[in-house]
Design a protein around this ligand. Structure first.
Ligand code: COS
Length: 386
């Protein structure tokens, strides 16, 4: 067993760290305030291979591993969680294309996304009334000529307003009783210019304000036969396996946000004086710092274990759920303690910890709530999976 990075992993981590510190961190407050990530940041990330960390170089990616992806994601999230989630979704879409796409689909979409020729793509699974239970989605696709006609609505779509294409899930089973629920769902690639596709309202969010979140409306959106991704009616499993990988990414994102908050809290505790001494001298503060570091290390080990299994091509559904559950809950506690250490200053926008507090909260919700992660973990144990 090795607990150290080899040279290539260390290189990916240091290039992500350097880019994050030099290009992203100085703009993080403005990204949060303006609601936009500068184009040059997204392009710079793509040039470093960060928009397709585990995508082979032949398709425009960095040709690295899911372990490297965790290392890079932590660094980017430490600087700016909004930029990190944009990167996370691009990587997730890229991995879906790599695993399930035809050669033609990879040529047309994957290489452009991973290399940065297009800035973003979106994952359009959730709907206004179907989030935790995607098997109940209502968007439909029915055959029309030599293609499919998609109708319905999607919600909570990250980067949806500037994505060049979308991976869209829709019901293809019609009224067939054997194709209801998760069984009758297929996956399509829909280009943003497709007639009938429109961007709906932009969410005004508590955090991650630099990352856009929109609704999508599909009014008789026709796509050709070759827009089908993977097998007909096989879309639910594509979504589930993409989310398995995505959950490792969100664990890493939460760890990155909390790392930043903890570092800032330690600095603040050393500088701030109360009753004639730095507050770092008080045991109450020391225990908060000690608990935070311990929980963050445990979270990081869980994230790397899940990424290790994924790298090895072994099952990792449960381990990804455990990593996401523990890391996001721990990160929330760490950021909350960091804010507490800052006292009143933690509650105002002057200090970054206020942004981290808003940003970290959603990690317990998106890509599967903590409750869904517990369900995934328990089901796997009760089925006797080792
Ligand atoms: N990888 C591959 N296949 C999977 C899978 C996974 N991780 N999880 C489930 N499946 C398969 C099952 O094996 C089953 O296949 P069969 O019909 O051949 O047996 C099929 O998918 C349906 O699985 P299941 O019956 O478990 O589906 P449920 O509707 O009960 O849903 C949960 C399972 C709750 C785990 C799923 O709905 C889920 O993850 N929900 C959260 C969704 C989410 O994260 N939303 C946020 C999106 S933000 S982009």
């Amino acid at each position: 067993m090795h607990f150290e990075f080899d040279e290539s992993l260390a290189l990916i981590r240091s290039s992500a760290r350097e880019f994050a510190r030099r290009e992203i961190l100085p703009q993080a407050t403005e990204i949060d305030r303006s609601g936009q990530i500068p184009r040059n940041i997204l392009q710079g990330l793509a040039e470093l291979g960060m928009m397709g960390v585990a995508i082979p170089e032949a398709w425009g990616g960095a040709g690295a591993t899911p372990i490297a992806y965790v290392a890079a994601m932590i660094e980017i999230a430490k600087a700016c969680a909004s930029t990190a989630v944009t990167m996370a979704v691009n990587n997730m879409v890229g991995e879906v294309l790599l695993r399930f796409g035809s050669e033609a689909q990879k040529e047309r979409y994957l290489s452009k996304l991973a290399s940065g020729q297009v800035l973003a793509a979106s994952f359009a699974l959730s709907e206004p009334e179907s989030g935790s239970d995607p098997g109940s989605m209502r968007t439909t696709a029915r055959r029309e000529g030599k293609g499919w006609l998609i109708e319905g609505q999607k919600q909570w779509i990250t980067s949806g307003d500037f994505a060049s294409f979308f991976i869209v899930w829709a019901r293809t089973g019609g009224n067939d009783p054997a194709l209801q629920g998760p069984r009758g769902i297929s996956c399509f690639i829909v280009e943003s210019q497709a007639p009938g596709l429109s961007i709906g309202h932009h969410e005004r969010k508590m955090g991650l304000r630099g990352s856009s979140t929109v609704a999508l409306h599909f009014e008789k959106v026709w796509v050709p036969e070759d827009a089908l991704l993977g097998e007909l009616h096989g879309g639910f499993k594509i979504a589930m396996s993409a989310l398995d990988g995505g959950r490792i990414g969100i664990a890493a994102q939460a760890i990155g946000i909390a790392e930043a908050a903890l570092e800032e809290a330690i600095e603040y505790a050393k500088e701030r004086h109360a009753f004639g001494r730095p507050i770092a001298d008080y045991q109450a503060i020391q225990w908060m710092i000690a608990d935070s570091r311990t929980e963050l290390d445990a979270a990081t080990l869980l994230a790397y274990r899940a990424a290790f299994l994924k790298t090895q091509g072994r099952p990792f559904t449960r381990e990804a759920a455990m990593a996401k559950l523990f890391a996001t809950e721990a990160a929330w506690r760490v950021v909350d303690r960091a804010l507490q250490i800052h006292g009143g200053y933690g509650y105002v926008a002057e200090y970054d910890v206020e942004r981290h507090y808003r940003d970290v909260r959603v990690t317990r919700i998106y890509e599967g709530t903590s409750e869904i992660q517990r369900l995934v973990i328990a089901r796997s144990l009760l089925r006797g999976q080792i």
